[in-house]
Ligand binder design. Structure first.
Ligand code: OFO
Length: 165
């Protein structure tokens, strides 16, 4: 495989593992909000990112290249809210999409048709990744108001109970 392309794929597979760490840290954060469903959702996202990395590793090996695992950045562990988590995630996925597009550009540059075909999977996957987060952001914004409305109703049922004599 072309050296520049091999390096770009290696960089990306490490970035996928870094992505996995980012979502693992988010799972930890959303658990502190008592949101077990979102915690479990983030664990799934973590697994997905590892599978993206593994797919790249297997591809490099298949092409007779050399896998190079590096150190990783410490992920962000603190957030402002569930909505903030999802907005940060969408921003992250947009970076991933740009990176995949860049690798695709290199594959075209070096006329590696096999790599172009392989990378197409990631191009399609990124459409889904961005869509997942963007839909969740919309839903969180929607239920936010409805949830507050319900809490308001609950809080409004409180009645004054005089102190028993
Ligand atoms: Fe691997 O797509 Fe998200 O980061």
């Amino acid at each position: 495989m072309n050296e520049k392309l091999e390096k770009a794929i290696n960089d990306q597979l490490n970035f996928e593992i870094e992505s996995a760490h980012i979502y693992l840290a988010m799972a930890g954060y959303v658990a502190t909000l008592g949101l077990e469903g979102f915690e479990s959702w983030m664990f799934v996202q973590y697994e997905e990112e590892l599978s993206h990395a593994k797919k790249f590793i297997q591809y490099i090996n298949e092409r007779g290249g050399r896998v190079n695992i590096t150190g990783f950045e410490t992920p962000r562990n603190d957030f402002e809210s569930l909505l903030n988590v999802m907005e940060v995630s969408l921003g992250h996925e947009k970076i991933v999409t740009a990176r995949i597009n860049n690798i695709m550009d290199i594959a075209h540059e070096v006329k590696d048709y096999a790599a172009i075909s392989f990378l197409q999977w990631y191009v399609t996957e990124q459409v889904e990744e961005e869509d997942n987060f963007s839909k969740l952001i919309d839903k969180i914004k929607l239920v936010k108001d409805a949830g507050l409305y319900m809490l308001d109703k609950e809080v409004g049922t409180r009645v004054f109970v005089p102190i028993a004599k």
